[in-house]
Design a protein around this ligand. Structure first.
Ligand code: ZN
Length: 198
């Protein structure tokens, strides 16, 4: 890499450090940026910094939001007694797109994975249990149907059921290992309607 200027090398390294980007793609992106108009580069840099600075976790449901409390948690229209637990904000968005779910969410920010070294302590489970001290009728566990999502669902049901709150799991009509965000709305709603007691 000594053939390039240090600035380009640094840029390539920065891109290569991102998930899913190999050295070749990193080089392509770096050279693309070098050839972009300066204004466009500035706008790209601003949007990265702006997102990082202003996006935070909702103090209630832990989804990504611009405010202390996200629009869903602060909406008087939503049923605060029904909490759907999802792995990430993309899964939340998938259910929101259906426009049919009227409860609120809790975003774990991941799933238990011994392979990746993700333990329950790494997820927003403490925050969920804190919410369950309030008036809650049902917790719908909507983690993905892969091994990690199922392990997380099992772990959560063992924690929540003894509290005496109805705990349900979305139907596994969704393809095994399928990320919720890629599943169509009809299938998502069927999975929700067909949820079973844990
Ligand atoms: Zn929220």
């Amino acid at each position: 890499m000594e053939y390039y200027s240090n600035h380009i090398n640094k840029l390539i390294e920065s891109f290569a450090a991102l998930p899913g980007i190999g050295t070749k793609t990193a080089q392509r992106l770096a050279f693309h940026v070098i050839n972009m108009p300066e204004d466009d580069v500035q706008a790209l840099a601003d949007s990265i910094i702006g997102a990082r600075k202003n996006v935070q976790y909702c103090k209630c449901c832990c989804t990504l939001t611009d405010k202390d409390i996200c629009p869903i948690c602060s909406s008087p229209e939503r049923d605060k007694k029904t909490i759907m637990v999802v792995e990430n904000s993309r899964d939340l968005a998938a259910y929101e797109k259906t426009g049919k779910y009227k409860g609120v969410y809790h975003v774990l920010q991941g799933a238990i994975s011994p392979m990746l070294g993700i333990t329950p302590a790494d997820l927003r489970i403490k925050e969920l249990l804190e919410r369950l001290k309030g008036d809650v009728n049902e917790v719908i566990i909507a983690t993905n149907s892969g091994i990690e999502g199922e392990a997380t669902a099992m772990y959560l049901s063992r924690l929540i059921k003894p509290i005496g709150i109805r705990t349900t799991r979305i139907a596994s009509g969704v393809p095994v290992g399928g990320d919720l965000e890629y599943i169509d709305e009809v299938t998502l709603l069927r999975a929700l309607d067909g949820r079973t007691e844990l």
